[in-house]
Design a protein around this ligand. Sequence first.
Ligand SMILES: Nc1ncnc2c1ncn2[C@@H]1O[C@H](COP(=O)(O)OP(=O)(O)OP(=O)(O)O)[C@@H](O)[C@H]1O
Length: 304
Amino acid sequence: MIRIEDISKTFRRRRVLDALSLAIHETDRIALIGANGAGKTTMIRCLLGEYVHAGTITVSGHRPRKDRREVLSEIGFVPQLPPPLKMPVGELIRFSSKVCHTTVDRIGGVADRLGLDLSEVDSRPFYKLSGGQKQKILVAIALGRDSKLLVFDEPTANLDPQARRALFSLISERLDEPMIISSHRLEEISGLVNRVVELDRGKVVLDDRVADAGDISEIQACEIELIQPDGAFERAIADWQFASPDGGATWTGEIAGPDRIRFLGLMTRYAGLIRSVHLKAAPNAASAQAGSIQGDPSQGDAHV
Ligand SMILES: Nc1ncnc2c1ncn2[C@@H]1O[C@H](COP(=O)(O)OP(=O)(O)OP(=O)(O)O)[C@@H](O)[C@H]1O
């Protein structure tokens, strides 16, 4: 579907992409990883036709630089940095719905699921919104339309756990579409992808197939038992929307499947305080497939 052949890009004699080649197929969901400055965003910008470069790119037979309109009409894109748009949000949504051949309601529906009521920010200039609000709007525009390819450049950078969970769930509804997700948090997106491509100094240094994680929309019910209530833990777990029925000794909440590793990373910081953590596929989850740390995968449980 996408052929990137031998592309090179220099900024003021500094070579940022170096004879990079990559073929992306209809079934590929790619995690694009690499250190800061490796060239991920530059590769994506070339793919979108924003930069002149050496070498060739075709997207469904179109050249992004030459046939920008055709190429962009097929891509749902979330940039790493929101553009500094002065136009009011309402106007931006109406404009986007027109150029993306979708409806304001469909974009608003995605924004709702991410926890943003567009009517509340309708008249506010886009650039004055918070980082998270801007990102929710950009995701809503990208996912509130039909596309043949999804491209996300660090899509979760400004999102809180609840919005991240909603985003994972929204992406899980589009798994039949090829996608490229650039991220520094491979552990977070590993459940979304089936291929990992790593860039280093503008070259592909790793290109691996990874096991498809199946139903990434799965929600895990979680119960944590502490040795004693603790203020710092309470503040940390509040971000995850957990509740305690007994003044802080036990906590219950839900974790999105792909958030599991990040969540368990948080738990390790409080290891001395924790009596037990229990993760289990939530009763209403579409399927019971859970990661397991000292657990019995056949039971769909994980215990730490
Ligand atoms: N418009 C530009 N003008 C000059 N240099 C640029 C420009 N865009 C990117 N660069 C440089 O190109 C290199 C690669 O940048 P790029 O944003 O593609 O990296 P990245 O892998 O996406 O990094 P990060 O993980 O930090 O987002 C960096 O050294 C950056 O400073």
